[in-house]
Design a protein around this ligand. Structure first.
Ligand code: FES
Ligand code: FE2
Length: 418
């Protein structure tokens, strides 16, 4: 059996509504396949434009071994480039974030403009064609200030996602925010366990006391677990949101994305320990605090909360088969003043605690999955988003592995053990 055939056999043997076979969560070769088939072939959330507010500001991120730089260019344009020098391939920007007037390769000092064009290459012959040696561009799509990138030659469609989520998030004006705080933690778990953990709140009651002080664990307006109180709360809040022209019903994102506005517990207006505001200054042009939160998720690496007074972006990037980087960024109105309008501890307390609890949960999940005793287990009805996610994932791999005429894929599944 070939390696590719082995993965396809695993996919064919997959039971819908069940967690995946062990190898998908543990094998280094599967990690490589995920990088190729999923992360190199999808729109990846990179940052908010507020993370690169000024001309020359940049961030870098790695998709497997491929480093990308996202840079704020002249006249405010956001560009993305492969962070690989066109001379002999050195990384150009070596930090996670920085500022530069021009991008200068540290090896032999080739100098690139912020739009990727090669400005100078010292000691190269007079007839050297600089115009043929600009940085290779990466596809970029900015949605209300949220920057998504795609390193594929031909990216999948993002227009449907953009059109669907914009009405929900535009009123929060993510592009008119500023970063209050961000942190990256490395979780000892496969990225799919991190996403699966995020896609259900079945575990919340056992692990997230801070989060559940404000967050209602139901995922839909007509959640079958909901009681009369929740139904009354939904009626009340949706009447308010309708009066403000704020969309709230679930968007039809299929298995690709999810967007919905849901209320906090009665009396709570923000993700704080006591439900009180996290920032005095409301986002955008809001005058109403009680907006619940827009919960927006997009495969494969991004979930978010948009509240009346702050925004939280979560970015997932696989490091290895069993390690994942989770970056969390809290944003407030661009004019909010720390110490006057908000206090960082109050702002981040709930999700800092929740992230730490989730990190422990997924690490334990990984260790149990590593065991020879593990077999795929059934998702609960409230874990329907995990069914969506694993269906989407399986389809993505299947599409990638399909023999395509004239296109040979490199899949390095060396010793695939069943
Ligand atoms: S590798 Fe960049 S200048 Fe030589
Ligand atoms: Fe959690």
């Amino acid at each position: 059996m070939t390696d590719r055939a082995h993965v396809r056999a695993l996919l064919a043997g997959r039971r819908e509504g069940y967690s995946l076979a062990r190898e998908f969560y543990t094998a280094p070769e599967m990690h490589e396949l995920d990088i190729e088939a999923v992360f190199s072939n999808e729109w990846i959330f990179a940052c908010n434009v507020a993370e690169i507010p000024h001309e020359g500001d940049y961030i870098t991120l790695s998709i497997g071994e491929t480093s990308v730089v996202v840079v704020r260019g002249k006249s405010g344009a956001v560009g993305a480039f492969f962070n690989t020098c066109r001379h002999r391939g050195s990384l150009i920007c070596t930090q996670a974030a920085g500022h530069a007037k021009r991008l200068v390769c540290p090896y032999h000092q080739w100098v690139y403009e912020l739009d990727g064009t090669l400005k100078s290459a010292r000691q190269m012959p007079a007839d050297f064609d600089r115009s043929a040696h600009g940085l290779r561009p990466v596809h970029v799509e900015t949605i209300c200030g949220m920057v998504y990138i795609c390193i594929a030659d031909t990216p999948p469609d993002i227009a449907r996602f953009k059109a669907a989520v914009t009405p929900y998030i535009a009123p929060h004006h993510p592009e008119r925010s500023k970063v209050a705080f961000s942190m990256t933690i490395v979780e000892d778990a496969n990225w799919k366990l991190v996403i699966e953990n995020n896609r259900e709140c079945y575990h919340c009651i056992g692990s997230h006391p801070e989060l559940l002080a404000t967050l209602i664990e139901f995922a839909l307006p007509d959640d079958p677990r909901a009681n009369r109180d929740f139904q009354l709360l939904m009626q009340e809040k949706t009447a308010l949101w309708d009066s403000l022209d704020l969309p709230h019903l679930p968007a039809d994102g299929g298995t690709e994305f999810r967007c919905i506005r849901l209320p906090f517990h009665r009396g709570a207006v923000s993700f704080t320990a006591d439900g009180r505001p996290a920032c005095n200054k409301l986002l955008g042009d809001f005058t109403e605090r009680d907006l619940g939160s827009v919960r927006m998720f997009r495969v494969p690496n991004n979930w978010n909360h948009f509240l009346s007074d702050h925004i939280i972006h979560f970015r997932v990037l696989p490091i290895s088969a069993t390690q994942t980087a989770l970056k969390t960024t809290w944003l407030v109105h661009e004019d909010a003043v720390e110490g006057v309008d908000y206090d960082i501890d109050t702002l981040i307390e709930v999700w800092r605690a929740t992230n730490a609890q989730d990190a422990t949960l997924v690490e334990h999940n990984q260790r149990g999955v590593n065991s020879k005793a593990y077999t795929p287990g059934p998702y609960a009805p409230s874990e329907f988003m995990l069914t969506n996610f694993t269906n989407w994932y399986a389809q993505k791999l299947d599409d990638y592995l399909k023999p395509a005429p004239g296109r040979e894929k490199t899949i390095r599944l060396a010793v695939a053990q069943g």
